[in-house]
Design a protein. Structure first.
Length: 761
């Protein structure tokens, strides 16, 4: 028996094309991660897959040496093969299941999706942009070997991302990782370019050149990125205002009531009602919800019962409201006093409304406040409820806001129960003015003649002259504000004179403003008439969209631009009744609240409110995750066979690309590299000690039909690498033709090796 000496261990070498492809794929994965972390779209993780697939597709085409026109032709096919299977399951069903309609929806989403408020079109548009960027990166870095040009679109995406996100801290790490990858891609493309130049000049690179170069570049890239993250800024000057217009105010708030800045703030939630400067609408999804109420509902977040200096604020245990405070509660019913004197919970003519709300981080600004549909009754998470405390008890007369102990993150889901008034117009007109003692604090206002509050009181009396009851007074003021001939909704209200309240200038002179102007003005006017009033900050109903695969069932998508302020007035026995003074506009089609028939649903007149059901069978499963919809495999018109067909098509495209890469090498070294890949696939890996000729002879013994072309290929490769005389183009073409003849017998070689492996030893 002959003893075979053991082979020395050799280091595993990763082929250069694999390294380049991995770097490009890693760059696109980090870029997609940064975009998703910015919060522009939720549950759009498929965008990462699309971006990485684009880089891999372009890399395969680049290494296959195909003509430059072929990627342009294959681009749309490859894009659809990546985007459609990734997003098809989330496509919301709109009643039309035809293939042509689905194609039109995809075309529209690809070109217009980034301008859409709906999440599915936005996700498709985002996938299209990331695919185009990944395709460009892979081709330019691996075929053209122009690293800087390859990563320019990535820097454009990263810059746009960080300048527009509201969550800068969330994107810091992924953006840093992406920048680190850009440096590596640039260095890798540069080294490839150097190697190509050396090969054309017959310059042999020293062993280990690439590995040492790669190690140096990697270490320096990581160090530079870490230094950029940990070093303090060289200047304390705030330059963010040059990139972020405004102060990040809310709908109806520019963050300043003094009009000291000409820059516009963005519409978003704010707990206070402070009419200010100009706003711009930049809608970003903040939550989705479903409710069992057929009527439109608003989502309340915090009440503003305190009027000071022309603005409205949440109660914060001021000297005027010493009974205000917070009470810790466990998931379930809120600690409310449900007696007849409560603020509407046990009032007559109410119905219970149940809602499931899926939140985005930052849905209520920097707070942990939870939105609730209706007058709050219960919530399924532990927290603290704030409001007026019944003296000597741990119960609340009102629930002005609720904070969650667990905080709010992307995907936080709350089940809430509240009440909505069903009181009729006749009931509210006859409610009278026999207010409980604790309600009278809601008529407080300061008569400051310097700022013009007395003029507001006089105007309120003029608008309600001849009216005998609070409800008619409130509806008269509401109707006056909604009259388009007298007041105009605008996000760019004119600035008031110095030392004049914005709402006074709005009422007496400009007649132009947004929701906070309308709500703050109506609230003050009602208080000057002796009607208990508070303002509510939260969100309007949002946009209704069908649930995927659930015809007839819908959910509401709410964005930052749906942040809203409205008015509530107190009516004895009927509680807090909402009013909508803001007229319809491009930013929200706000309509007056519909009054009920006086019937009570889910409550007992004059008695305690029933214990709400936090989870109703068959209801909780109808809510889709934020920014997405239920699994498309349940959707009517979305066949699983169609999904499998797309997946099979994607695999077919990858197989075609791999075949093209094998068949179309651009150089002798490329052909030999492919030969080694084929050898590994057939179980005949090249040994470290084997020369080109020895390896080709071993392959020829396994499949004699490949002997002559293998000998030609190894001979010309040896001449090209070691001879002083350069191999002419005709000889290179003959050698590459020899490789293609080898490729034809590869199936026979694989079959021979397979049979040999199955034979007993």
């Amino acid at each position: 028996m002959q003893r075979v000496a053991p082979q020395p261990a050799t280091a595993v070498s990763i082929p250069r094309p694999v390294v380049s492809t991995l770097l490009c794929a890693g760059l696109m994965a980090a870029t997609s991660w940064a975009v998703l972390a910015a919060g522009f779209a939720q549950n759009a993780g498929g965008a990462v897959v699309v971006a990485v697939a684009a880089a891999v597709e372009a890399g395969l085409l680049a290494r296959a040496g195909v003509p430059r026109w072929l990627p342009l032709v294959l681009g749309p096919i490859l894009a659809l093969a990546a985007i459609v299977p990734t997003t098809l399951g989330a496509m919301p069903f709109d009643g039309n299941a035809t293939v042509g309609h689905g194609i039109n929806r995809y075309i529209s989403a690809i070109f217009n999706g980034l301008g859409s408020n709906a999440d599915w079109p936005f996700t498709v548009g985002l996938c299209a942009v990331l695919w185009l960027c990944g395709y460009w990166v892979g081709w330019m870095a691996m075929r053209e070997r122009r690293g800087v040009l390859a990563v320019l679109p990535v820097y454009a995406i990263l810059a746009t991302n960080v300048l527009n996100t509201r969550f800068v801290n969330n994107v810091a790490l992924p953006e840093a990782v992406a920048v680190c990858f850009t440096l590596l891609v640039i260095a890798d493309a540069h080294l490839d370019r150097l190697h190509a130049r050396w090969s054309r000049s017959n310059v042999a690179a020293l062993p280990g050149t690439r590995s040492r170069f790669a190690a140096s570049v990697t270490v320096m890239s990581v160090l530079l990125t870490l230094l950029a993250l940990v070093l303090p800024p060289v200047s304390t000057a705030d330059i963010s205002s040059h990139f972020f217009p405004g102060g990040g105010g809310t709908k109806g708030s520019a963050g300043s009531t003094a009009f000291s800045s000409s820059e516009a703030g963005s519409i978003q939630f704010n707990g206070s009602t402070q009419p200010g400067g100009a706003l711009i609408s930049e809608p970003h999804p903040v939550l989705v919800y479903t409710t069992d109420s057929p009527a439109t509902v608003y989502l309340r977040v915090v009440d503003d019962p305190v009027f000071i200096g022309g603005n409205w604020y949440p109660d914060r245990n001021s000297a005027l409201t010493q009974e205000w405070g917070g009470i810790q509660y466990n998931a379930g019913s809120l600690p409310r006093d449900v007696s007849a004197g409560d603020g509407g919970v046990a009032a007559r003519a109410t119905k219970t409304v149940h809602s499931v709300i899926v939140l985005h981080a930052g849905a209520t600004g920097d707070s942990e406040l939870s939105p609730i549909a209706g007058e709050p009754l219960a919530i399924n998470q532990d927290g603290i409820a704030y409001g007026l405390v019944v003296p000597g008890t741990d119960r609340l007369l009102t629930v002005d806001s609720v904070t969650l102990d667990a905080g709010i993150e992307n995907g936080t889901t709350v089940d809430t129960t509240g009440t909505i008034s069903t009181a009729s117009v006749a009931q509210l007109r006859s409610a009278g003015t026999n207010y409980p003692g604790w309600v009278r604090r809601y008529v407080a206002w300061s008569d400051d003649s310097t700022h013009g509050a007395s003029a507001v009181a006089q105007l309120a009396r003029q608008w309600t002259q001849g009216l005998a009851n609070p409800y008619d007074m409130a509806t008269a003021i509401e109707a006056r504000f909604r009259n388009a001939t007298q007041f105009t909704y605008t996000l760019s209200p004119p600035a008031p004179p110095v030392n004049e309240w914005p709402i006074v200038y709005f009422l007496t002179t400009s007649h132009r403003g947004y929701c906070q102007y309308f709500a703050a003005s109506m609230g003050l006017m009602l208080r000057t008439l002796g009607i208990p009033t508070r303002l509510v900050n939260g969100y309007g109903p949002g946009v209704s969209q069908a649930l995927n695969g659930r015809p007839g069932q819908r959910q509401q998508l709410v964005t930052t631009s749906d942040a809203h302020t409205w008015v509530e007035a107190y009516f004895p026995s009927y509680g807090w009744i909402p009013f909508e003074p803001t007229p319809p506009s491009a930013d929200g089609n706000y309509q007056p609240f519909v009054r009920g028939t006086g019937a009570a649903t889910g409550s007992t007149p004059g008695g305690a409110a029933p214990t709400p059901d936090l989870v109703k069978p068959g209801f909780n499963d109808t809510i889709a995750p934020l920014g997405s919809l239920p699994n498309g495999s349940q959707a009517r018109g979305v066949s699983p066979l169609l999904v499998l067909g797309y997946m099979a098509g994607a695999l077919l495209v990858l197989a075609v690309l791999f075949t093209l890469w094998l068949a179309l090498p651009r150089s002798l070294r490329g052909a030999w590299r492919r030969l080694e890949v084929v050898g590994r696939l057939c179980g005949m890996r090249r040994r470290p000690s084997e020369t080109y000729r020895e390896y080709s002879l071993r392959l020829a013994r396994a499949q004699p039909r490949a002997g002559a072309p293998l000998a030609e290929l190894s001979l010309q490769l040896g001449r090209a690498q070691y001879s002083r005389d350069r191999v002419d183009r005709a000889t290179v073409r003959r050698a590459l033709a020899s490789w293609r003849r080898v490729l034809r017998v590869v199936p026979l070689l694989a079959w021979t090796q397979r049979r040999r492996a199955m034979q007993p030893a």
